[in-house]
Write a protein that binds this ligand. Structure first.
Ligand code: 5GP
Ligand code: ZN
Length: 137
């Protein structure tokens, strides 16, 4: 993908601060950290979204995210870690090349997700959505 910014980072055409790389994945520091230390785990090959990405790559991305979480807990003294992966502009995704955010969290980091939990009208509304998902597994 010649116009993909993350493919350009993989090709070392634009600079990034690299934390880890192997044949499948590259981990680098997010240029706009939610909390300082925020890292991105990306596939070296261009895939997007997660539903179009091979299982072994999805697995490798998340196993690598786990290693990075461990490195943030032990190397950056994080109290916790958020691991997240956006798909589609509706989800807030800005770069359409599969990546996993690994964000170190501190009790006093001041960041809040504004997790605005909703309520179902009734049990049936929730059960219907579960049923629709079940039909497509
Ligand atoms: P998304 O919203 O697509 O899930 O996340 C994309 C992330 O990529 C954002 O957190 C953004 O700060 C980061 N990002 C975008 N462009 C660059 C770049 O050129 N270099 C680095 N290191 N991070 C980038
Ligand atoms: Zn790409």
């Amino acid at each position: 993908m010649s116009d993909c910014i993350f493919c350009k980072i993989v090709a070392k055409e634009i600079p990034a601060t690299i934390v880890y790389e192997d044949d499948d994945v590259l981990v680098f520091m997010d240029i706009g950290p939610i909390v300082k230390g925020h890292a991105l785990v990306i596939s070296k090959k261009h895939y997007d979204p997660v539903t179009e990405t091979p299982d072994q790559i999805v697995s490798k991305l998340h196993l690598t995210a786990k290693r990075i979480a461990n490195a943030q807990m032990n190397g950056l003294e994080a109290d916790g870690v958020n691991i997240m992966q956006n798909n589609g502009s509706a989800s807030g995704q800005e770069v359409p090349h599969i990546h996993v955010h690994v964000i170190p969290r501190y009790s006093d980091d001041g960041h809040h997700w504004n997790w605005n939990a909703k309520k179902y009208a009734d049990f049936n509304e929730m059960a219907k959505l579960a049923c629709n998902m079940r039909d497509h597994l």
